[in-house]
Design a protein around this ligand. Structure first.
Ligand code: SF4
Length: 265
């Protein structure tokens, strides 16, 4: 099987554990299972998307309305395959953390004067105009001041925040910038902005053309490595780390036995 389209998360998954990448992206073995942290991240993203969809229409909702949206999404979407790895925590703790994230984000960004162009914007674009290197991504938010100055925003709900140095080297938003530049003409500037919501901090990065070209070269190399492996029938070995606790491919993985206990509670 030749993969036609890649995502940043797919490439990252290959680097973290080639076996997990194979189960997910080559075998396309999709499962409902997810860690509670991912579940929390999705609900917070949806709540902020709801907020900015209203902002786009000129309405600023009260924080209580956004918290209510979060509560009802959480209830509606909760399912019995959400895993909680940290046994000293319960679903309620993560729900509360989601509420704290939203309240903090609201407080720090009120009165929402950003010129929002798109929320959860899906983009598919080519690297170097080459049909062999097609990338897909979903951008959390895109702002534009009307004068050619653009911003690409990403919301992170995890415990870890990027340092400035790490943000300047990060590929995910740089790839989105490459995608944006392929969609839009007359761009004067693009700012990449991460919101680390648990910490209440924002980190920004600006890339020059050389840096963007490096991202293109490194991404193409990563895609070539994966494709060569597939074509040659190469092995996608398991890479056991602490992250196995959040992996729902234990039944398929040769380095594990049985099912992941955290997904069977
Ligand atoms: S259990 Fe661990 S080693 Fe096995 S596929 Fe999942 S992440 Fe990889």
């Amino acid at each position: 099987m030749i993969l036609k389209r890649f995502s940043h998360s797919g490439i990252q998954s290959f680097k973290k554990c080639p076996a997990q990448f194979k189960f997910r992206y080559i075998d396309q073995n999709y499962k409902k299972d997810e860690g509670v942290e991912a579940f929390l991240g999705k609900r917070v993203h949806e709540s902020i998307e709801y907020l900015y969809n209203l902002v786009k229409t000129g309405v600023v909702p009260l924080v209580d309305e956004i918290l209510k949206v979060h509560r009802s999404l959480w209830k509606e979407k909760w399912h019995n395959r959400v895993a909680i790895v940290y046994q000293n925590k319960q679903a309620r703790d993560y729900f509360n953390l989601g509420e704290e994230c939203i309240a903090r984000f609201y407080r720090l960004n009120y009165p929402f004067e950003e010129k929002v162009i798109a929320n959860e914007h899906e983009m598919v674009f080519l690297l170097d105009n080459d049909e062999n290197y097609k990338i897909k991504g979903i951008v959390d938010r895109i702002d534009h001041d009307g004068n050619g100055n653009w911003e690409i925003h990403d919301y992170k709900t995890g415990k870890r925040a990027l340092s400035q140095n790490a943000a300047d080297k990060d590929h995910q938003l740089a790839l989105y910038q490459i995608g944006l530049m392929s969609e839009i003409e007359n761009i004067k500037s693009v700012k990449l902005v991460w919101h680390f919501i648990q910490h209440g901090i924002k980190v920004e990065s600006i890339r020059n053309n050389d840096e963007l070209n490096n991202v293109i070269i490194e991404t193409k190399n990563a895609i070539d490595t994966i494709r060569t492996k597939i074509i040659n029938g190469g092995i996608f070995p398991p890479k056991k780390t602490i992250l196995c606790n959040w992996c729902y491919y234990w039944e398929e993985c040769s380095s594990q036995s049985g099912t992941n206990p955290y997904f069977n509670s």
